[in-house]
Design a protein around this ligand. Structure first.
Ligand SMILES: [Zn+2]
Length: 414
């Protein structure tokens, strides 16, 4: 039987970077199949014969409920196999480093050092072992730690004959480029609800996300030679700036945290004749989210009153919604996660609002309610990414507990 740490380290060595500019469909990179195929093989070795990967690189497997537990809900466990294209995930060389405190040298030859001053949460792990990369690549704990926890947890559960509810396993490609949930077969999955394992610190879980919209703002100006422009020119660049000035200056990503929402202009381009801006709008609260969108529309109307109809066009579309809007009527799913964490030795599980979306929030709106469990990764998407060994082990316990018949009965069946 393998252990979660070596399993995780083996997975990190498989290059599964997704690709913004890759293949048209899913997966965005063929290499994502390398891990998918391996997971199917391993699941089959555990005796899960139905394990398979589909043509879009989604891995599915299901384990029937233990005898006498058929009435319990079927619980899904989901993690993503790809790593972010923002930092290379090729030739990852994982290593276990014992952290004694102070700065942690990842790579003596290249002098790559994780500085304690820059990463204060390292303090929590003095005296512990950390899985790190060699500092030249990311590690891929996001989300291979989640994958490893599920694989290890299921293997142990089956070997130890722990009574459990029906289990559905799903591993997805392309999460990091925002397509992880798009082709997920919710109907075929046959789970009553599920959890993604894609969070951070092992003590924290998540069931609130942003409500999100994107707005493309087009400014139609009028260009004419500057020398003869009096009372004629409508400079789209200046009008774009004026439009932005109607938005509250302190409600930007750089000035907000926690439950505070924002407007974020993420692109601007243009000339006097025409300018374009792309905004994202985010808020956890549905009423405030709607107000924010109304503010955008009002700003455009004001510009159009001043400069003429059609000067500004807004194309605004909702992207995803806060999963809590739906979960709040099914809080037993959240409680089951919380109790599983407590049973795994985490005295006080915390939950913080996600300032973004997850695959789980897309799945929730597709009908598969899906909070996010921790995956023990820190400093994701960069060379300083690491996963504490103890947290990886706790993650395996959480997996086993969250599907154990005993706990599911206790929490879920009223
Ligand atoms: Zn992730």
């Amino acid at each position: 039987m393998s252990d979660v740490v070596s399993r995780f380290m083996e997975y990190t060595k498989i290059h599964t970077e997704s690709d913004y500019y890759g293949l048209e469909g899913t997966p965005s990179a063929k290499r994502e199949f390398d891990l998918a195929n391996r997971l199917v093989e391993e699941l089959k070795k555990m005796g899960i014969e139905n394990a398979h990967v589909d043509e879009k690189c989604y891995v599915y497997a299901s384990v029937p409920a233990s005898r006498g537990c058929e009435d319990l809900p079927a619980v899904g466990l989901i993690a993503h196999m790809d790593t972010t294209p923002d930092m290379t995930g090729k030739n990852v060389k994982p290593q276990i480093l014992h952290y004694k405190g102070g700065d942690l040298t990842l790579n003596p030859e290249k002098n790559i050092v994780m500085e304690a001053a820059r990463f204060p949460e390292l303090q929590k792990f003095v005296g512990q072992d950390l899985v790190c990369s060699d500092g030249t690549t990311l590690l891929g704990a996001d989300d291979k730690a989640g994958v490893a926890m599920i694989m290890q947890g299921i293997e142990e559960l089956l070997q130890e004959n722990i009574p459990h509810c029906a289990i559905r396993i799903g591993f997805t490609p392309d999460e990091e480029i925002g397509r992880g949930a798009s082709n997920f077969d919710v109907e075929g999955f046959h789970a009553d609800f599920a959890y993604t394992l894609d969070g951070g610190a092992i003590t924290d879980f998540e069931y609130e996300t942003f409500n999100a919209a994107m707005a493309k703002v087009t400014v139609n100006g009028f260009s004419i030679h500057p020398g003869t422009a009096k009372d004629k020119m409508k400079n789209a660049i200046l009008i774009a700036m004026e439009f932005n000035s109607f938005l509250p200056p302190m409600e930007t990503p750089g000035a907000t945290e926690g439950y505070e929402g924002f407007y974020h202009v993420q692109e601007i381009s243009g000339k006097a004749e025409k300018a374009e801006m792309v905004y994202i709008i985010r808020d956890h609260d549905m009423a405030r989210f709607k107000e924010r969108k109304a503010t955008m529309t009002k700003a455009a109307e004001k510009i159009n009153r001043n400069y003429g109809a059609g000067t500004i066009e807004i194309d605004m579309n909702d992207q995803y919604y806060n999963m809590y809007e739906i979960l709040k009527d099914h809080m037993e799913i959240v409680h089951l996660a919380e109790e599983a964490m407590k049973k795994s030795g985490i005295e006080h599980p915390t939950h913080s609002p996600i300032r973004g979306g997850t695959d789980g929030c897309m799945l929730t709106y597709k009908g598969l309610l899906c909070p996010n469990l921790p995956a023990a990764g820190y400093n994701a998407h960069g060379r300083y990414e690491y996963a504490p060994v103890e947290e990886l082990k706790t993650g395996v316990k959480i997996v086993k507990n969250v599907v154990s018949a005993k706990l599911v009965k206790e929490v879920y069946v009223k």
